[in-house]
Unconditional design. Structure first.
Length: 95
């Protein structure tokens, strides 16, 4: 069995593109396009998490920008063998 397929079948992923990102034989362009697509998909989660901090007095746009950068960091560092992306991204965004 293909290792990428077995990883995907072991965990319930909402986005199979995350497993593809773990594939090391992607070209830089393909990797960038996949990262962009995954970020666009999960951006509402980053915005929702950023909105929790509006009571601190920080500007919502600034909070959204920081959350978006943390989302990109989570996408780049995510290892599908270690669990669900949403949980990992949530922890990364919240810092």
């Amino acid at each position: 069995m293909d290792p990428v397929i077995s990883i995907a079948s072991d965990h319930a992923y909402s986005d199979p593109r995350l497993v593809s990102l773990a594939n090391s034989d992607l070209t830089p362009l393909e990797r960038s396009q996949l990262e962009d697509a995954v970020a666009r998909t999960h951006l509402p989660m980053a915005r929702r998490l950023a909105s929790r901090f509006t009571r601190t007095g920080a500007d919502f746009d600034d909070l959204t920008q920081v959350a978006s950068l943390a989302l990109v960091k989570a996408i780049r560092r995510f290892n599908p063998e270690r669990g669900e992306f949403e949980k990992y991204a949530h922890a990364t965004i919240n810092g």
